[in-house]
Design a protein around this ligand. Structure first.
Ligand SMILES: [Zn+2]
Ligand SMILES: [Zn+2]
Length: 115
């Protein structure tokens, strides 16, 4: 059932092809670097309105980070009707991205004026 509340904001790492894939709305675009993935998610997709507090954040990884750093897991599950498995998967992706990403590069790109 489509509850109208999309909470995909996910990227996936494919070990086999050593690439990241954007999973927002079945996008499927792949990237070599996690930074490119985050930038793509923030620029190519509509922004996400947090279902818990209403803050508008870039979709994708940045939305996951907002949710997990500002809200509890229980709030997330309730607001997005997420299963424990869905939460766990996002926590895993977030951990991997936190570890790998060069956030300075991401911030520089996102603050750059559009051409
Ligand atoms: Zn995408
Ligand atoms: Zn929020």
């Amino acid at each position: 059932m489509e509850g109208g509340q999309h909470f995909c904001f996910l990227a996936e790492w494919y070990e086999s092809s050593m690439s990241w894939a954007c999973c927002i709305d079945g996008c499927g675009e792949t990237f070599e670097g996690v930074e490119e993935t985050i930038i793509h998610q923030a620029q190519a997709h509509e922004q996400h309105e947090c279902a818990i507090c209403g803050t508008v954040v870039p979709d994708g990884y940045l939305a996951i980070r907002h949710a997990f750093e500002n809200h509890t897991r229980a709030e997330f599950v309730r607001a997005y009707d997420a299963s424990a498995e869905e939460v766990r998967k996002r926590e895993e992706v977030k951990r991997k991205v936190d570890y790998e990403a060069d956030f300075k590069q991401v911030a520089d790109q996102l603050n750059a004026p559009s051409p």
